[in-house]
Write a protein that binds this ligand. Structure first.
Ligand SMILES: Cc1ncc(C[n+]2csc(CCOP(=O)(O)OP(=O)(O)O)c2C)c(N)n1
Ligand SMILES: [Mg+2]
Length: 330
């Protein structure tokens, strides 16, 4: 019998099943989006596949009633955990008027939903980081016991916003957790052509904060790291940099062909560590997930995604005049 690791983290069997279900939901929505894209129904997909464990493990460690998240485009697992629904994600994929992110005016993956404290992001990578630091500054100034959580890719950690934001957070000891989702590529560029240091987390020392590199295929490891970072932040001990290492299982986006720059063997090798399988195996070995529960989860997820797809496909587009809404203030 595999050792039960979730008990020690304060997670019940129901909690870890919920984590698994959210990871499965994210994966299956993503897979459906590729089918819809290839059949000409939606224009673009940017995948979470391979990063679900990082996203869901981290989001579960936050307080979903008070914390703020500034997710990046792959973070379907984060926004699902924070309350965005599969139907809302599909409305965004189909660019329909009811899309909560932008009313169908932005590309998919540009998440933003005020009621769930999901910050609106923009397309230049890493701009979300100073925004998240700003939320943490506001929380500190107003003495609110909450944290701000921001994610980005490892390639994006070379943007100026990363250094400026983290330095400011370190100087002012702000309650912000930065999680770099290192999926080993920035479009076609592999890690060793992007970053000179062994780990992205090595940079934390320069900003006066702790830095950790963790297994991003293990949702429990991610949960543990983010939970500890949250506690430090709430106790006034300041920010943390976490680098969660996994692998991008799909091409960069639906407009990219990754066969041009990486070997199939490498992708096949990475699939052996796919968290959807390894976490399911862990849950089975610890007696949490049975064949019966697994089948019921798959059936439910499929039903939810079918309903979300049908709803979004049949929903109305925005009115042309809505294109100018909220663009300029009055
Ligand atoms: C400032 C800026 N430069 C370039 C781009 C184009 N771009 C979009 S995603 C991307 C790759 C980012 O790689 P990484 O940060 O590792 O994230 P990943 O896509 O691998 O999750 C690039 C270069 C952009 N959106 N913004
Ligand atoms: Mg990357």
């Amino acid at each position: 019998m595999t050792e039960n690791r979730h008990d020690a983290l304060g997670l019940s069997n129901e909690d870890v099943l919920e984590m698994y279900k959210t990871m499965l939901l994210a994966r299956k929505i993503d897979e459906r989006m590729w089918l819809l894209n290839r059949s000409g129904k939606i224009p673009f997909v940017i995948s979470c596949q391979g990063q679900e464990a990082s996203q869901v493990g981290a989001a579960f460690a936050l307080n979903r009633d008070i914390d703020y998240v500034a997710p990046y485009y792959r973070d379907m697992g984060v926004v699902l955990t924070f309350g965005m629904t599969p139907t809302e994600l599909m409305l965004s994929a189909f660019a329909k008027a009811e899309d909560p992110n932008s009313g169908g005016r932005q590309m998919p993956g540009h998440f933003g939903q005020k009621k769930n404290r999901i910050l609106t992001g923009s397309s230049p990578v890493t701009t979300q980081l100073p925004h998240a630091v700003g939320v943490a500054l506001a929380a500190k100034m107003e003495n609110e016991k909450l944290v701000s959580f921001v994610t980005l890719g490892e390639g994006s950690s070379n943007q100026g916003d990363f250094h400026e934001g983290l330095n400011f957070a370190g100087v002012h000891k702000l309650p912000v957790i930065t999680m770099v989702e290192n999926n080993k590529y920035a479009i076609s560029v592999p890690y060793d052509r992007q970053v000179a240091s062994k780990n992205v987390s090595d940079r934390a020392i320069a900003y006066g904060m702790p830095g950790f590199t963790i297994d991003g295929n293990d949702p429990l490891a991610v949960y543990e790291a983010v939970k500890a970072a949250r506690e430090r932040a709430i106790n006034g001990e300041g920010p943390t940099l976490i680098e969660s290492v996994s692998y991008r299982l799909t091409a960069h986006s639906s407009d990219d062909d990754d066969r041009a720059y990486r070997e199939r063997e490498e992708v096949e090798e990475a699939k052996k560590k796919d968290s959807l399988f390894t976490f399911a195996a862990y849950l089975k070995e610890t007696g949490v997930l049975t064949e019966e529960i697994e089948k019921a989860l798959h059936d439910e997820v499929n039903r939810v995604i079918n309903e979300a797809t049908d709803y979004a496909e049949n929903a109305p587009y925005a009115q042309p005049e809505d294109a100018m809404k909220y663009v300029y203030g009055k």
